[in-house]
Design a protein around this ligand. Structure first.
Ligand SMILES: Nc1ncnc2[nH]cnc12
Ligand SMILES: [Zn+2]
Length: 330
């Protein structure tokens, strides 16, 4: 039995496995510029965040109907459950779909059909987080938030993702204020490729409760001390950092240093179909390569539930935390 954990940094579009991409392309009559699954996999050789995003957005073309989004989420839940995920807070990118003519309602309803039965079918509780694309305009983000109002009973929070450099969090002050006024939780990618200043802006201008990635905080000792003092969770994604070349190798990943600095670190898969592993694989990789002890692994699992947006159901959080404490490593 795998260690129970929550996954807090997972882009549902990033769970599109090549096999499912081909299946959906055939079902929807969407041409793909790859002859075989093998050819597509061969394209998964990224030099940075942008080179990955180009392929990630290209492949969204196969997602067209509610059923496509349902199948995508269902496949993720099955894989996540098998790796010990008990709770998942799932990002989606509305603008990646609306800008190519797929309605927001199609995306949300489709995902919800799978997530709504996630507990019954897979034993995984879920929350949905809608991300704004930071390389689109602030106006487009605001329009997206307005368009989402009919679906807010299904959306727990907002996030910020896509190409980071040159798109500081402060660009999205207004939409985050509007999201807060609607009672939405707030997170943002910051410090993946962008500087520590972007992490500060995410905290101080956007009011985020968790920082997605946050890796580059290490360049700013004062910021590290603040993150530790304020118990601000970081949703780290070590396999992603290797594949997008934020670190040279997994052995160079600063996860141990961040834990030693007293930060509330969590470990997540980001875009598992592209980066070589789901969250259980990620735990295994950091254990094997970074030499994390059982105590450290248990701490990461505990942190994942502490950092989860489960305030509406503290009983559930307590149950999950008890599972972590009772877990016996094989
Ligand atoms: N790692 C990542 N960083 C920014 N935007 C993303 N969208 C999907 N994965 C992402
Ligand atoms: Zn991400």
């Amino acid at each position: 039995m795998p260690l129970p954990k929550a996954e807090l940094h997972l882009h549902i579009e990033g769970t599109l496995e090549p096999e499912l991409a081909f299946e959906l392309a055939a079902r929807n009559g969407v041409p793909l510029p790859y002859a075989t699954v093998g050819d597509l996999r061969a394209a998964y050789d990224f030099k940075d965040l942008q080179s990955f995003l180009d392929l990630y957005y290209e492949l969204t073309a196969v997602l067209r109907t509610e059923r496509d989004f349902e199948d995508l989420a269902d496949a993720y839940l099955a894989r996540a459950a098998a790796q010990g995920v008990r709770h998942a807070e799932i990002f989606f990118d509305p603008q990646a779909h609306t800008r190519r003519g797929v309605a927001l309602g199609t995306v949300v309803e489709g995902l919800w059909r799978a997530l709504g039965r996630g507990e019954d079918s897979h034993g995984v509780s879920t929350r949905l987080i809608m991300c704004f694309l930071r390389d689109e305009s602030a106006e487009s983000a605001l329009e997206t938030l307005r368009a989402a109002e009919p679906y807010l009973d299904r959306i727990a929070g907002v996030g910020l993702d896509s190409a980071e450099a040159g798109h500081p969090p402060a660009k999205f002050r207004e939409v985050y204020e509007a999201a807060a006024a609607l009672g939405l939780r707030r997170v943002a990618h910051a410090g993946e490729e962008g500087p520590p200043e972007y992490i500060r802006q995410a905290l101080d201008v956007l009011g985020v409760e968790r920082v997605d990635h946050g890796l580059r905080c290490l360049e700013d000792p004062e910021l590290v001390a603040r993150l530790a003092r304020e118990r601000i969770p970081l949703t780290l994604c070590p396999l992603s950092n290797v594949r997008l070349r934020a670190v040279d190798t997994l052995a160079d990943h600063p996860l141990p240093a961040l834990l030693d600095a007293g930060l509330l670190c969590t470990v997540n898969s980001d875009d598992p179909a592209y980066f070589g592993g789901y969250v259980g694989d990620t735990f295994d990789a950091v254990r094997d390569t970074l030499g994390l002890t059982e105590d450290r692994l248990r701490e990461l699992a505990r942190n994942s539930f502490l950092a989860a947006f489960l305030d509406h159901d503290e009983e559930r959080r307590a149950r999950y935390l008890a599972e972590v404490e009772a877990y016996v490593f094989p």
